[in-house]
Ligand binder design. Structure first.
Ligand code: ARG
Ligand code: ZN
Length: 879
């Protein structure tokens, strides 16, 4: 069963607040010691509120000074404050101004929610419920108010004072203090509030919108890092132009500011007109950032910018609707990248991410619907399901409605709901209305957890020239949802004829077939195509048109045929993956591969590498075997990660060692003397070259170890250097320890973002001794246990990328992580809870490992006084 506690919040209990705050006038006085916040909130009763209904404002770790209404201080009996709220016992039943004064301590705020200090800079993070740590408020997304913010701070330590909207006044405040006043004309929920005060450098630029308005752009950062913000600025301008082109959305203020900070709980935050970013998603220069970093910056800058319309102008009624803004905005940033770079490569990478991050969530103890119906702690629902599956759901909508139909729905969404806090139902309604379709069953995608399994079989009757496809969908029970219903699956497809080209048919019965798409909305369907002159090979789920896991009954020969002939690049890639998966899974189950079958895969890989039509980035993705975690998930139960690791390694060797010469020649031919550039072609070239290096090292090709060391030493950018390092450490070559040490001393020691790379590589080494090495890093008194990036690089990598060591049979990995979670939970509950989610694989492990995981998790449970974040994950993990 689903866990229930007294804190559980239910969607069904949603109710409009009896009062609303229409405007907030905030006055911050920031000093080194603490911050005083005076709030003047203009409040009105909502229609229907009865006289005498108390007003309950949220608060957390606030020291209350005074309370007044319309200028008159309240007597003690007129209000009550406790650890989570301030109650005004009997507010006037008319518009009034509530004035409160509180004191907060940003320097001691290690949870990094509310107002805190990062490297001397005061900054805020309010989503989801951080604003209540700044002042007493109706801290819920359906309360939209206009904000005016006065910031007073010491001029010397905080020459830069920022908040949302427009700067309307600034000046000297005496005693070494100065002030600034910001006003945001757009009504917004409190989670979009932001404030920054610090000594920061900046770069500036401008963007002229389609209607000719000039917007001043600035990115603020630590002094000396300005040059590293140029890629982020470039990405921002391209994002602004793209949203105009693709969705007709213009920016709406005259200023757009971004601030990079070093201590941040996640990637970035879309506060109105003042985005705050984790600096790892802003800073880029070739010597310290990899192609993946450049990619992440472009993507997240776009994501936060796109939130201005999908999130800010139209926000969420309540936190259950989180994927209304997140799923949609991820879809939008995916489309941006697809348009700016390679659509097929982007699609494959997104599916790799979905399978690595979301499928395990959906198939484990933490499974939840994209729109959950209950939560204990909302911060635990910023998940791959809400974000990535949420984006897949929007993508299916676009697939079903077609580009024009989807755009019509989006236009209506913006037109109808601008300025509102709304719901998934309202979102679906605009698409239904604009396209005159019924989306009632489609909505189940938002409500039902679990990854549907799509099983396919087929037959061909030569006499009648008919081809039959049998499709069946099934979703396994998930926590709290024993029964599952059939979903609407858009299955893009083609029938491929013997010569490799697509076949047509003259008639079709038994299913909803629309040109290149089957829409399966029942538990099963038998679809018969007539007038099919010879037996086709079906190419199903092209572009990965639905987030399902598909069991196809194709033979290895048919899969290899698709790998060679399919005109859908996604399925070409998928076909090669399927062959590798088939061989790995069978071998782990005790059926070793035949020489012929490995040879066939090897041959297909060689052809892929040699192709002069496929691009480098695609080849880099195709020349791979499914990851260990993927293989384990496919097997699904009684997993022994050591065996998975060993078999995969052997298979890799068997497939790629015979290609040693081809790989080396291709590797050498891809070398380039051109200066680093982050464009798609250069990135693709590096990714293929580095993929080949990794394959040569992992499959023990002669000379590969030395080649990696040579590339490491001679690299002129971080992409190539890090690739050489991790190829060496993952295979734990004789050079690996030395290279790791060198990387630390010469690159990581003085740059925290490069240190993160060293931490991640260190924690991913699949060898005994890694736990001791991580423990030594953590024990170093200089290691910042308050910085989320450092902790995640180390522990996130260990739990997610090092299955043989995390899930050690002796339980040492589990015990180590459980102890870490207990310790860090006292500092930063969000980081602790996130690391704990790594345990979600435990139910599919073998008996001894399951027992070990249960002991470790049980031990954590007896610790007591865990944060709500960690307690919630733990309870679900053990339910
Ligand atoms: N809205 C932000 C984004 O996706 C992320 C905020 C994450 N908040 C949290 N409490 N986990 O762009
Ligand atoms: Zn977002």
């Amino acid at each position: 069963m689903r866990t229930e506690t007294e804190q559980t919040i239910y969607l069904k209990d949603y109710a409009v607040s009896p009062y609303r705050i229409v405007s907030a006038d905030l006055d911050f006085k920031i000093t080194e010691a603490d911050t005083r916040v005076r709030a003047q909130l203009t409040i009105e009763p909502n229609p229907g509120t009865a006289a005498g209904t108390p007003l309950v404002l949220d608060g957390d770790e606030l020291a209350l000074g005074s309370v007044a209404i319309d200028g008159a201080p309240l007597v003690q009996s007129a209000y009550a404050a406790d650890a989570t709220s301030l109650t005004i016992v009997e507010p006037p039943l008319r518009r009034f101004v509530l004035e409160t004064e509180v004191t907060i301590k940003p320097a001691g705020n290690t949870k990094l929610m509310g107002l805190y200090r990062s490297g001397g800079t005061w900054c805020t993070q309010c989503e989801a419920e951080g604003f209540r740590r700044i002042t007493y408020y109706l801290d819920r997304p359906d309360n939209l108010a206009v904000f005016k913010v006065r910031i007073t701070a010491p001029q010397a330590v905080a020459p830069v004072l920022l908040s949302n909207g427009n700067l309307i006044e600034q000046g000297d405040a005496g005693d070494g203090m100065h002030f600034a006043v910001w006003e945001d004309p757009f009504p917004k929920p409190s989670y979009l509030f932001a404030l920054v005060a610090g000594d920061l450098g900046s770069i500036t630029d401008s963007f002229t919108t389609a209607s000719g308005r000039k917007v001043d752009l600035a990115i603020y950062c630590t002094h000396g890092k300005e040059d590293q913000c140029l890629w982020a600025m470039d990405s921002l301008k391209r994002s602004m132009a793209w949203d105009e082109r693709r969705f007709g959305r213009e920016y709406d203020l005259d200023i757009f500011n971004i601030v990079a900070v070093s201590d941040f709980n996640f990637g970035a935050m879309e506060n109105k007109g003042l985005n705050i970013f984790n600096d790892k998603l802003v800073f880029a220069q070739p010597e310290t950032a990899t192609d993946a970093d450049y990619d992440g910056i472009e993507r997240v800058i776009a994501h936060e910018y796109f939130h201005n319309w999908t999130g800010n102008r139209i926000t969420c009624r309540d936190w259950f609707q989180l994927c209304l803004k997140e799923g949609l905005t991820v879809y939008r940033d995916q489309e941006f990248t697809s348009d700016e770079r390679s659509r097929p490569v982007k699609r494959i990478s997104d599916v790799v991410t979905l399978r690595a991050a979301q499928f395990p969530e959906d198939g484990g103890p933490l499974a939840h619907p994209a729109r959950p119906s209950q939560y204990d702690e909302i911060n635990n629902f910023y998940t791959a399901t809400v974000y990535n599956k949420g984006a897949e759901i929007v993508r299916m909508l676009a697939t079903l409605l077609g580009e024009a139909g989807f755009r019509k729905g989006m236009d209506l969404y913006f037109e109808r709901h601008d300025g509102e806090a709304t719901t998934i139902e309202a979102f679906l309604a605009v698409f239904a209305e604009a396209n005159d379709v019924d989306l009632e069953q489609f909505k189940t995608w938002y409500l039902q957890a679990g990854t549907p399994r799509l099983s396919v079989s087929d037959s061909y009757d030569a006499a009648s020239q008919t081809y039959t496809l049998n499709l069946k969908q099934e979703t396994q029970p998930t926590p709290g949802q024993p029964e599952k219903s059939a979903l609407v699956l858009p299955i893009k497809f083609a029938l491929i004829g013997p010569n490799g080209s697509e076949m047509s048919w003259t008639g079709v019965t038994g299913g909803d077939v629309r040109q290149d798409m089957i829409v399966l909305d029942a538990a099963s369907a038998t679809i018969t195509f007539s007038g099919v002159p010879s037996k086709p090979v079906p190419s199903l789920l092209r572009e990965f048109s639905a987030p399902v896991s598909m069991d196809s009954a194709l033979s290895q020969a048919d899969q290899l045929f698709l790998a060679q002939h399919d005109s859908d690049p996604f399925n070409r890639w998928q076909a090669l993956q399927d062959v590798g998966m088939g061989l790995a899974v069978a071998a782990i189950d005790g059926t070793p591969w035949s020489d012929a079958s490995v040879k066939a895969l090897s041959q297909a890989m060689a052809e892929t590498l040699a192709s002069d039509t496929l691009d480098d980035a695609f080849k880099a993705l195709a020349l791979s075997l499914p990851a260990e975690a993927q293989i384990s998930r496919t097997i699904g139960k009684e997993i022994d990660p050591d065996r998975v690791h060993k078999v995969r390694k052997e298979l890799l060797k068997a497939v790629f060692a015979p290609l040693a010469l081809e790989m080396l020649n291709a590797y050498l031919a891809l070398s380039s003397e051109a200066p680093y550039a982050p464009d798609a072609a250069s990135t693709g070239r590096r990714s293929l070259r580095n993929r080949l290096l990794a394959l040569m090292v992992a499959s023990d090709c002669a000379g590969a170890v030395g080649l990696a060391a040579q590339q490491y030493a001679g690299a002129r950018n971080m992409t190539d250097r890090l690739a050489a390092l991790s190829a060496s450490t993952l295979a734990w070559t004789p050079d690996a320890a030395k290279l790791l040490g060198d990387f630390h001393a010469n690159f990581a020691a003085n740059d925290p973002l490069v240190l993160d790379k060293w931490l991640a590589v260190t924690a991913s080494v699949p060898e005994d001794g890694v736990i001791e090495r991580i423990q030594a890093v953590l024990a170093d008194p200089g290691f910042p246990k308050t910085n989320p990036n450092r902790l995640r690089s180390l522990m996130g990598s260990f739990t997610l990328n090092n299955p043989t060591q995390f899930a050690r049979a002796d339980g040492a990995g589990f015990r180590f992580v459980a102890d870490f979670v207990a310790e860090v939970d006292k500092i930063n509950p969000q980081v602790a809870a996130r690391v704990l989610t790594g345990f979600r694989i435990w139910p599919m492990l073998d008996q001894s490992r399951r027992d070990a995981a249960k002991v470790a998790l049980g031990g954590l449970q007896t610790k007591g006084s865990l944060s709500r974040n960690t307690a919630d994950i733990l309870a679900r993990m053990l339910a």
